[in-house]
Design a protein around this ligand. Structure first.
Ligand SMILES: [Zn+2]
Length: 454
């Protein structure tokens, strides 16, 4: 049984995973990973075997509830474990997999994803199906789990991973780092980054921040992330409380094609940090994913606009607040651009090939702007806060968003959203109703607690 329509070869809908306990040893010089994964599986249907995703690494031993599995079989994508006795729906079992090899990214229709060696270190960029390149898992966004990750590696390197760091140390040439992720997290949002980093703590509104970066990039990092605390304050005001205790920024010495979000972490490449805030929008975008995508997760990849459209709109909200272009100016600009592009993408269900198409991001943000113009600022931001509160640490669907918007808007909005979500032609941006007129006039809200930078 496939787990997601967009990634039919990943995941298994007949199981759910409650918890992964991963103990890894990684040799940076030789790119060797050896691991033990203890996975608490719950049967979502009657099953006699458990099928996990594992790519490019070899399982050498498999236990079921502490005893040798009757049999296990590994293909190039799957590890299938025969259970000693069938399970009924709702019953649980603990699978232990001892595995290892030379981890490398896998090829996919979205490029190469997963565990990747850097010039001097390594990182994991999984979205959407890269996680099996570093641990056996049920690799679908709907299946959130908690994690403990213990990783031993060369002590010259700093390890950053999703979760609260509870151990850091070790003597001699090897150091062991331990992280606990108690917030339910899908596999693709688990990451680990190894590098030679300076670590610095920074206050972020009422949360704590950590920054990890190569020393030579210090000035550029300090300049470009100077507003991160103000962004955190603005987003907490607009979206509700930041869902975690901490937010970490990692900047790699390598250039990266795109920054990436992981649970509690934003990872940027040296190429994104120019020292003059040239890519400030990406910093806002990745932070916003902590609410949209990471806390409120997608139940299926087809709803990806709930991640990317919202994170893109957060860029415009920050732009407006910081005194750069207003959200309305950005929306008008991007509407004109999209209008000139092919209109062959359904926002609610773009298909796997187009799920990361820029039009999903921009049309998604425009749909939200259209909603804001129609419902007005107060109702719009109340909707975003209610959305984040209702689905915190869970998953959600487009239908649920439309229903909540209809419930909280002072005027009907389901027809409007239907045009943006379910029809191909690009709708015109609505004229602001009475409630939304202030937005169109680009008056910044007086309720903001954060002073603009520029
Ligand atoms: Zn994004």
């Amino acid at each position: 049984m496939s787990g997601d329509r967009y990634t039919p070869q990943s995941g298994d809908a007949s199981i759910g995973v409650d918890h992964y306990d991963l103990t890894l040893d990684y040799k940076i010089a030789t790119n060797r990973l050896s691991g033990t994964a203890v996975i608490r599986v719950r049967a979502a249907a009657a099953i006699s075997a458990v099928s996990l995703d594992l790519v490019g690494l070899r399982a050498s031993k498999v236990l079921v509830d502490g005893r040798r599995a009757p049999a296990f079989h590994q293909s190039d994508r799957k590890l299938r474990v025969t259970l000693p006795a069938p399970l009924d729906e709702g019953e649980g079992v603990e699978i232990t997999v001892v595995y290892g090899g030379a981890p490398r990214p896998r090829r996919s229709r979205w490029g190469t994803i997963g565990w990747e060696e850097l010039e001097d270190g390594a990182l994991v960029a999984s979205q959407p199906t890269g996680s099996p390149t570093w641990f056996p898992c049920n690799d679908v966004p709907s299946d959130k789990a908690t994690y403990v990750l213990t990783i031993s590696t060369d002590s010259a390197y700093t390890v950053v991973a999703s979760g609260v760091r509870v151990e850091k140390g070790g003597r001699g040439s090897t150091a062991t780092w331990k992280f606990e992720q108690s917030i339910p997290t899908p596999t693709y949002l688990m990451t680990v980054v190894l590098g030679r980093f300076v670590e610095e703590t920074v206050p972020l509104d009422d949360r704590s921040g950590r920054m990890f970066y190569p020393r030579p990039l210090a000035d550029r990092v300090h300049a470009d992330f100077a507003d991160l605390g103000a962004m955190m304050a603005l987003f907490q005001e607009r979206f509700g409380p930041y869902p975690l205790d901490e937010y970490a920024i990692v900047v790699t010495a390598d250039d990266l094609e795109i920054p990436l979000e992981a649970q509690g972490i934003g990872v940027f490449g040296a190429s994104h940090i120019d020292g003059v805030g040239g890519l400030e929008r990406l910093i806002a975008h990745e932070l916003a994913h902590q609410w949209f995508g990471n806390s409120v997760g997608v139940a299926a990849w087809g709803d990806i606009w709930l991640n990317e459209g919202f994170a893109c709109y957060a860029e415009w909200i920050w732009s407006e607040h910081s005194g750069a272009e207003t959200a309305h100016e950005r929306a008008t600009h991007h509407h004109a651009r999209l209008d000139a592009l092919p209109q062959d993408l359904l926002l609610r269900d773009p298909g796997p090939d187009l799920m990361f198409d820029d039009r999903v991001y921009k049309r998604g943000a425009l749909a939200l702007h259209a909603l804001r113009l129609t419902a007005g600022d107060d109702a719009f931001f109340a909707l975003l806060r209610a959305w984040c509160a209702q689905h915190a640490s869970g998953t959600a669907t487009t239908d649920e968003f439309v229903a909540l918007a209809e419930e909280l808007s002072p005027v009907p909005v389901s027809d409007l959203l239907h045009e943006w979500l379910d029809e191909l032609p690009l709708p015109a941006l609505p004229r602001a109703g009475r409630a939304g007129r202030a937005v169109a006039r680009a008056v910044r809200t007086a309720t903001s607690a954060v002073s603009p930078r520029r």
